[in-house]
Ligand binder design. Structure first.
Ligand code: NAD
Ligand code: FE2
Length: 357
């Protein structure tokens, strides 16, 4: 098919305090005797949000470990645990940052698909719809709430389960939940959105659909990270909608150089997505001159340190691993540099870029 026919999230609720509607939203989804499983970012273990989760008899809250970005083995463990303990479930609800939301998407799919999560890393490999899944972000920027992928690190690659079955059935966008996120984390995850916009808007896959969402998201990112001097509740509102629009923008285009390079970093060193993108973007003047200048300015204004020299001391084999992971992401490179991308970014050049990080 020439034009992408993309599956969107079915239901969206937006608003401060909308989390309180969760019980009502889940009610029609409940099948008798089948619980809802809440997959909650472990950060909230002792937080007031924990007790606000509308658990009914038989439901369970599983705290998910997001110290590391989700691995396929972790998804398999969680899905097996849920199947063994609860049998059939009415659905899963992921509450947290991009990691917890991705875990929920992947676990939902693995409840109904045979084999291992790593079998489905790629494009359109998932065979059956998952169980009902809802996503509730507590950090803004990744766009995981709207995307058709769930990014997983597997035994041989870091690649998402991209499929029409992957998007959430429901999302609840309640900016109150992102209040008080640590300043650094908020910046790194927020920059994921900023970088989505830049990569989409400067990419060769750009079209009016992506442009419209990308421009809006970029405008909102600039409001919160450049125009305002203090973070307030309006900033949470704005960054949440930036994340949504940024996600919609890349849904119909693609990301670019920063993502392609940071996937390699993250595969080898476990560098997290937000900070990894920042580390890479900081060195991409050649590809995104204006935006990199703006990015450095935002980092300085918001008093954020971007780590340097993280690849120092790595050996030949390790550089090769990163280069191979990165060059495997062909659509990203093609979006960024066009059909002749392999000539513009030969291995040696990418190696030199990794050495700069
Ligand atoms: N599916 C997609 O389309 C997509 C897109 C981009 C990134 N991702 C994935 O998203 C993940 C990154 O997500 P992220 O940047 O949101 O971070 P994250 O989910 O990894 O969380 C980062 C840290 O912030 C904590 N945290 C979450 N909410 C908080 C809050 N309100 N207050 C304080 N701490 C909080 C978490 O416990 C964690 O320690 C990566 O795994 C990446 O691969 C997915
Ligand atoms: Fe991203």
């Amino acid at each position: 098919m020439k034009f992408r026919n993309f599956k969107m999230v079915d239901y969206v609720v937006y608003g401060r305090g909308s989390f309180n509607q969760l019980d009502e939203i889940l009610a029609p989804r409940r099948k008798s005797g089948a619980p809802i499983i809440f997959l909650l970012d472990h950060f909230f273990e002792k937080h007031s949000l924990y007790s606000r989760i509308p658990q009914q008899k038989g439901d369970a809250i599983i705290l998910v470990d997001v110290n590391y970005e989700p691995k396929t083995s972790y998804i398999d463990t969680l899905a097996d645990q849920i199947k063994k303990e609860f049998g059939t479930v009415s659905g899963v609800v992921g509450i947290g940052g991009g990691s917890a939301m991705d875990i929920a998407k992947a676990v939902s799919l693995m409840m109904n698909n045979p084999g291992k999560a790593s079998d489905y890393q790629g494009w359109d490999l998932v065979k059956f719809p998952g169980v009902y899944k809802a996503g509730i972000p507590t950090l803004s920027g990744t766009g995981a709430e709207v995307s058709r992928t769930t990014v997983l690190t597997g035994p041989t690659k870091k690649l998402g389960m991209n499929s029409d079955f992957t998007p959430f059935d429901q999302i609840i966008l309640d900016p109150e939940l992102t209040a008080n996120a640590p300043v650094n984390q908020r910046f790194y995850t927020g920059m994921d959105c900023y970088i989505h916009c830049i990569e989409s808007l400067t990419g060769t896959f750009l079209n009016e659909f992506s442009k419209s969402y990308g421009k809006k998201a970029l405008e909102l990112c600039r409001k919160v990270f450049i125009e305002k001097n203090d973070w307030d509740s309006e900033s949470d509102d704005q960054l949440m909608m930036a994340s949504y629009a940024g996600g919609m923008s890349i849904a119909y285009s693609q990301v670019g150089v920063a993502h392609a390079v940071s996937y390699g970093l993250s595969y080898l060193l476990g560098t997290k997505h937000g900070i990894g993108n920042c580390i890479v973007f900081d060195k991409l003047e050649e590809f995104y001159p204006e935006a990199v200048k703006e990015f450095k300015w935002m980092a300085a204004k918001n008093k954020i340190d971007i780590p340097q020299h993280i690849t120092k001391g790595l050996g030949e084999e390790q550089f090769d691993t990163m280069i191979n992971v990165s060059l495997g992401l062909k659509p990203l490179w093609e979006n960024a540099l066009g059909k002749d991308w392999e000539k513009i970014m030969p291995k040696e050049k990418l190696r030199a870029l990794y050495e700069k990080l």
